[in-house]
Write a protein that binds this ligand. Structure first.
Ligand SMILES: Nc1ncnc2c1ncn2[C@@H]1O[C@H](COP(=O)(O)OP(=O)(O)OP(=O)(O)O)[C@@H](O)[C@H]1O
Ligand SMILES: [Mg+2]
Length: 445
């Protein structure tokens, strides 16, 4: 992409409505525009990152054996009456009437719809286990939408649902989700800590929330500092192995880490004092096992091996895809702007031409652009007739992790400059070596 042809409406001033840094930077970097309270248009740069996050979520779900599909945003109220949640859900549910005066709603989640699909098509235990998921827009009429995409009313969420014959199988699904979520967040450059949580309106005895530690987080959390030493890394895991998935769950959940709803002062105080932490966190996902709550209410039964009809064991599992963008920026920025982790950056590398119009500089930038593209990388080339200072400020604001700077002086010596956004360190290299280095960095991502 050439910046002269792109649509990147950056703001010079700090927007006064933004209270936290991620909201401020997303507005300033031209990533989103508020359409109405808690509802945003995703401008090209924001949309590009959203697609990257979505892809990572898809890849990790499919790797875990879960099956993608797509359900609608608008749902009929009838199914929700069956589960009893039409009345329970309260004012967070946006209720709509169609022209025939039928009650509809904009889905805040999809347990009812998926259970209906399941009961229409699955009748035997032989079709289990089954985990279906989708990534779709949700609407919750939050009383206080705020912090930009962090607490929107319309937001993008991955929600998955497992159907199993036994509680043991359903807990295997729970563990698989925990593992796949750990991988997902790490690929996004985030540490998200699974914490014991409360079921809320979805219900259930087993549930963990995944929290990214941040001062601006809305949840109060209590944990043993030893949990922050845990990383999943690049270990191989067999998702079909109950033991392997269970071992990861135990490793990541045996140390104290809880949200305020489940916090227990007595247990907390058994941790050595220097490891006790009280902090704030951003909830970026939650997993639930809720047994037969929905299958009983909605008659989602299968024939078991003994010929008897039994309700299936279920769980649901959500990742806040749009909220994650805010969480990543909260965790990774400096006073000049965003610093994207390599796994989610909208463009892999910026190219800054210090002397636009200079024949040699233009040719060198075009050649860099072509070499990077040929290697499957996406550069963003600032080819505008702007001063160098303005170009650097834009690149720093939008946060591409690597920048190649090209100017006539360097070219005389056969070099360009490669700069890390994170450290600010630069090195001079021949253009092809800079391309190789960028390619190597992304080979491992
Ligand atoms: N209003 C929202 N805006 C953006 N993301 C959201 C919002 N509500 C929920 N999410 C995301 O969707 C994920 C799964 O939904 P879940 O039903 O667990 O949300 P929740 O527990 O009600 O969230 P919260 O406690 O923050 O209101 C959450 O972990 C969060 O990352
Ligand atoms: Mg939740």
């Amino acid at each position: 992409m050439r910046l002269s042809r792109y649509f990147l409406p950056v703001l010079k001033e700090n927007p006064s409505e933004a209270q936290i840094v991620s909201h401020r930077l997303m507005l300033r970097a031209g990533m989103i525009k508020q359409a109405s309270a808690g509802i945003y248009s995703w401008l090209p740069l924001g949309f590009k990152v959203l697609r990257k996050l979505e892809n990572i979520v898809h890849e990790e779900q499919v790797r875990a054996g879960h099956i993608p599909m797509l359900m609608p945003t608008l749902q009929s109220a009838d199914l929700w009456r069956e589960s009893g949640r039409y009345d329970d859900y309260g004012q967070e549910m946006l209720r709509i009437k169609d022209r025939h005066d039928r009650d509809m709603l904009f889905g805040p989640t999809n347990e009812e719809l998926i259970t209906d699909i399941f009961r229409s098509h699955v009748g035997s235990y032989k079709d289990l286990p089954l985990t279906l998921y989708h990534i779709q827009w949700k609407f919750r009429d939050e009383i206080r939408p705020r912090f930009g995409v962090m607490r929107g009313r319309e937001f993008f969420m991955k929600d998955g649902y497992n159907f199993d014959l036994t509680k043991e199988d359903a807990l295997h699904a729970y563990n698989r989700h925990l593992v796949s979520y750990l991988r997902t967040y790490e690929r996004m450059g985030l540490q998200a800590i699974p914490m014991r949580a409360d079921g809320g309106p979805i219900g259930g005895d087993y549930t963990h929330e995944f929290l990214v530690l941040a001062d601006t987080g809305e949840s109060e959390v209590f944990y043993d500092s030893a949990v922050t030493d845990l990383t999943f890394g690049d270990r191989e895991i067999d998702y079909d192995s109950l033991e392997q998935c269970q071992a990861v769950l135990e490793e990541f959940t045996s140390k104290y880490a809880r949200t305020d709803e489940t916090h227990d002062e007595t247990v907390f105080n058994e941790i050595p004092e220097d490891r006790r932490r009280v902090a704030r966190g951003i909830e970026v996902g939650q997993i639930f096992y809720f047994g037969t709550k929905y299958s009983e209410a909605m008659n989602a039964v299968v024939q078991g091996p003994d010929g008897k009809q039994v309700p299936v064991h279920m769980g649901s599992h959500g990742i806040g895809v749009s909220r994650l963008m805010g969480a990543i920026i909260e965790a990774s920025h400096d006073d000049k702007g965003i610093v994207w982790p390599e796994g989610v950056t909208p463009y892999h590398c910026g190219i800054v031409n210090l002397k636009q119009g200079d024949e040699e500089a233009n040719a060198a930038c075009d050649a860099l652009y072509a070499s990077l593209t040929a290697l499957g990388l996406e550069p963003l080339y600032d080819d505008r007739n702007e001063r160098a200072g303005g170009k650097f400020a834009t690149m720093d604001l939008i946060g591409l992790p690597w920048r190649i700077t090209v100017g006539p002086r360097g070219l005389k010596n056969g070099v360009v400059e490669l700069t890390s956004r994170r450290t600010g360190e630069s090195e001079e290299l021949p253009p092809e070596a800079a391309v190789q280095k960028v390619a190597e960095i992304y080979a491992g991502v």
